[in-house]
Ligand binder design. Sequence first.
Ligand SMILES: Nc1ncnc2c1ncn2[C@@H]1O[C@H](COP(=O)(O)OP(=O)(O)O)[C@@H](O)[C@H]1O
Ligand SMILES: [Mg+2]
Length: 338
Amino acid sequence: MSAPVLEAEDLGVRLYPSAGAVHAVNGVSWSLRPGRTLAIVGESGSGKTVMSLAPLGLLPPGVSSDVTGSLKFEGRELVGTPDEERARVRGAGIGFIFQDPLSSFNPMRRVGSQVDEPALIHEGLSRRAARERAVELLSMVGLSDARRRIDMYPHELSGGMRQRAMIAMALAASPKVIIADEPTTALDATVQAQILELLMELRERLGMALLLITHDIGVVAGMADDVAVMYAGRIVEHGPARAVLKHPDHPYTRGLLASVPPPDALPGTRFRGLPGTPPDLMAVTAGCPFRERCAYAIEPCATRRPPLEPVTVSRDQRSACHVHPLVVEHDQPAEVAP
Ligand SMILES: Nc1ncnc2c1ncn2[C@@H]1O[C@H](COP(=O)(O)OP(=O)(O)O)[C@@H](O)[C@H]1O
Ligand SMILES: [Mg+2]
């Protein structure tokens, strides 16, 4: 098996707003190998964005934070590394795609000059060659009529086109990893499917690894090789996507899956999210962070934090639950015909 291109080990992030500390990310470990997709799934506020930005030095200015543990890109430690060094690693190795393309573009500059900028910087291309490269990149991400659109301003493109242009920008320096943080949340369903399809195709064609961050467990099927489910800044279930989606163990994963409309749902049918709200990340409590919303909770859940441990029926699948509903169900004696 090839070495991971990006690897988190016992990663932790605390944020310090004006008062108190937000325990945004706690003891998170995962690894991403070349050419693979790891999906990070969890409700809004579960720490997905902070986990992916803080160790890379990308939190907004003015947010005071403390990062512990390790995040390595191709074996190089990024936690505690000087900003210039991190910027070099990011520029050459990691591309970013965010939810809102408009905020990633400078509204005053034409799309083409923004897409080719990283190429200019990192590959030492001439202006002309960089422009050709920008046309090539925009065509590669399926922006029709790229030669004309390259001279447009960001607001002149549709949401889907802007997202394609942002993907082109992320690809310009030929990164090894793409971090896509809710890349399709702002788009309508049809465009969303097209953009996800494009990401899959590019990953395949360019052999990149993809860290796909989403609150929508519905997009994980068919996209991800592995999935890590985050709740309150922790990974509560982790494993091959097929296994986790087919037989989830953690009650939180089960709840997320139950709130996804089935493919044959009638249009307009409403599906409720999980009842209740995630815990306050300023208060550190003992026990399982999900217990107050959990239908399976038993007494130890209030006092002991469940470790992330293998679920016996599927060796690579791990879940942080005292009950392990999957194991319980699996161990039920099969019904015997009379
Ligand atoms: N700039 C900030 N200042 C203080 N707290 C923040 C800031 N950004 C995020 N948080 C908190 O950190 C936690 C994780 O947020 P985030 O990583 O954005 O979640 P997600 O991406 O999963 O929606 C949340 O509790 C959020 O309120
Ligand atoms: Mg986020």
